[in-house]
Design a binder for this molecule. Structure first.
Ligand SMILES: [Mn+2]
Length: 288
């Protein structure tokens, strides 16, 4: 049974009122299109306190999330985090690190239109959901880079980005310096998403004892997934995403997954809602 954790963070909405990804998990949980029985175990709500900085609020939620994920992985339960904005990645993968770090390194496949690799020094918007990957690599607000452990959670060589097509120069320089493998859209269009994803699996498996997959819904083409906060044209098509994930999801080294940034307020005809549910079905049932 797939364990699901709904991460309803209002941080993106606090940062900019047009973002409503915190409402995504509840829309999926109560969706009439959700016919599969899914085991929702925890809702991690954003604590509202005017005294806390936003990075401290995010650190608190993600510490709770990280503990949940670590427990599931240690119990060898397949789990998926449903965001919320992409800040949940800080908790999800800090939790996986906690579960695995005594045995070996972890890998991470980051499927996203963006790099999410800003630091407080390089961000123009100040938005935390543009920073989670840098945090996991050990760069950013100390409260966010030290969740459960002070060390960086993923090594650059055990990380791949797929679907990138919108980023700032500082993010590119940051990831290039670290030598992170990035699959941009032209390479995906040329080789096909499944081939790229399979290669990424090899890459993140080579020197690790398990890996995770973080899916930002904005990696998918807005024609197929309009319900996101920051859409970018020219993404991975819906059918390609479904086919590619179906191929790899039963890999026993894939220990956890994450689906983020579904924003119901931007959705058109429930397209994105239905697609999230289809992806959850694949994660639950594996290859058809
Ligand atoms: Mn993202």
């Amino acid at each position: 049974m797939l364990k699901l954790i709904a991460y309803a963070s209002s941080i993106a909405g606090m940062e900019a009122p047009q973002f409503n990804s915190d409402q995504g998990p509840a829309v999926i949980q109560h969706s009439p299109y959700l016919t599969d029985a899914l085991e929702w175990t925890t809702i991690v709500n954003s604590p509202q306190s005017a005294d806390l900085s936003k990075e401290n609020i995010v650190a608190n939620i993600n510490t709770e999330l990280a503990k949940q994920i670590s427990a599931f992985i240690q119990q060898q339960k397949k789990c998926c985090v449903l965001g919320g904005d992409h800040t949940c990645a800080i908790g999800t993968w800090s939790g996986m690190y906690d579960a695995l770090h005594n045995k070996g390194s972890m890998g991470l496949i980051w499927i996203d239109a963006h790099m999410d690799s800003h630091t407080p020094a390089t961000t123009e918007s100040g938005r935390l959901h543009g920073m989670p990957l840098a945090c996991l690599l050990g760069y950013g607000y100390p409260v966010l880079t030290s969740i459960l452990h002070a060390e960086p959670k993923v090594k650059p060589r055990n990380l791949c980005l797929i679907g990138v097509r919108s980023f700032e120069k500082a993010e590119l320089e940051f990831l290039s310096k670290l030598g992170v493998r990035i699959y941009y859209m032209p390479e995906i269009k040329q080789r096909g998403f499944t081939a790229v994803l399979q290669e990424a699996v090899q890459h993140v498996s080579a020197d690790t004892i398990g890996y995770g997959i973080s899916i930002d819904m904005d990696s998918i083409d807005p024609r197929d997934a309009p319900g996101v906060g920051v859409p970018e044209a020219g993404g991975i098509r819906r059918d390609a995403m479904i086919a590619g994930l179906s191929e790899i999801v039963s890999d026993p080294k894939c220990l956890a997954t994450e689906i983020t940034e579904f924003d119901p307020s931007q959705d058109v005809n429930h397209m994105t809602e239905k697609l999230v549910i289809d992806l959850l079905k694949i994660l639950k049932n594996g290859r058809k």
